[in-house]
Design a binder for this molecule. Structure first.
Ligand code: HEM
Length: 175
């Protein structure tokens, strides 16, 4: 009697494929969440906790130098976090079967995520680079303007980040 040769192995093949998929999803989602925590949590600490205290206690030259150095360190972590968010996010979408298979909450997360990346790009290349320059040449008036624009952008991005987390985690039950 004719037998299809691969039929004997099909269950095992499917089982291993499923286990591999689960492992990849687990790694991608963990990296995704760690990146979001580092980026959004860092903005929360800077905006909500450090900013009011630094404004109260420190004179402008020390305060601007502090922010320039704090942001230099923080942004060293934000760049890898953003790259990981994008790569793991798109990886999760592919593993879930593509854009047409994922829920609306993922579409909203993707749109808000890219808006956040764009704002961060502007914050980094326009405001932060000039803040560093102003601090290096002790131009405190310019430093104050640059820090002020960074404050606004971080306020917007922090709000978007918190909304994105709510949509990403609770959205699947609503959309
Ligand atoms: C390129 C942008 C992004 C893409 C493509 C993306 C994609 C995804 C996908 C596919 C999931 C799995 C959703 C599910 O299984 O229901 C997910 C989960 C999640 N994402 Fe994103 N994401 C992006 C940006 C962001 C950003 C910027 C944040 C936060 C600031 C974020 C926070 C989360 C959270 C908290 C979850 C976990 C949801 C849960 O499992 O309960 N994502 N993301």
């Amino acid at each position: 009697m004719y037998r299809i040769p691969y039929k004997r192995y099909s269950f095992r093949v499917l089982f291993y494929a499923y286990e591999k998929l689960k492992m990849m999803m687990s790694i991608a989602l963990s990296l995704h969440l760690l990146s979001a925590v580092i980026w959004v949590g860092g903005m929360f600490f800077a905006y909500v906790c450090l900013r009011p205290v630094a404004a109260q206690l420190l004179d402008p030259p020390v305060r601007f130098t502090l922010w320039s150095r704090v942001f230099t360190r923080f942004f060293n972590f934000v760049w890898p976090a953003i790259i990981l968010l994008i790569v793991s996010g798109h990886g999760l979408i592919s593993l879930n079967g593509g854009m047409s298979s994922v829920g609306k909450h993922v579409h909203i997360m993707l749109a808000l995520g890219y808006l956040m990346f764009l704002l961060y790009g502007h914050l980094f290349f326009a405001s932060f680079k000039r803040l560093k320059l102003a601090v290096a040449i002790s131009d405190w008036e310019d430093a104050a303007n640059r820090l002020n624009s960074m404050r606004k952008l971080i306020g917007i991005n922090l709000s978007l980040g918190l909304i994105t987390i709510v949509v990403a985690s609770g959205g699947r039950f609503i959309f």
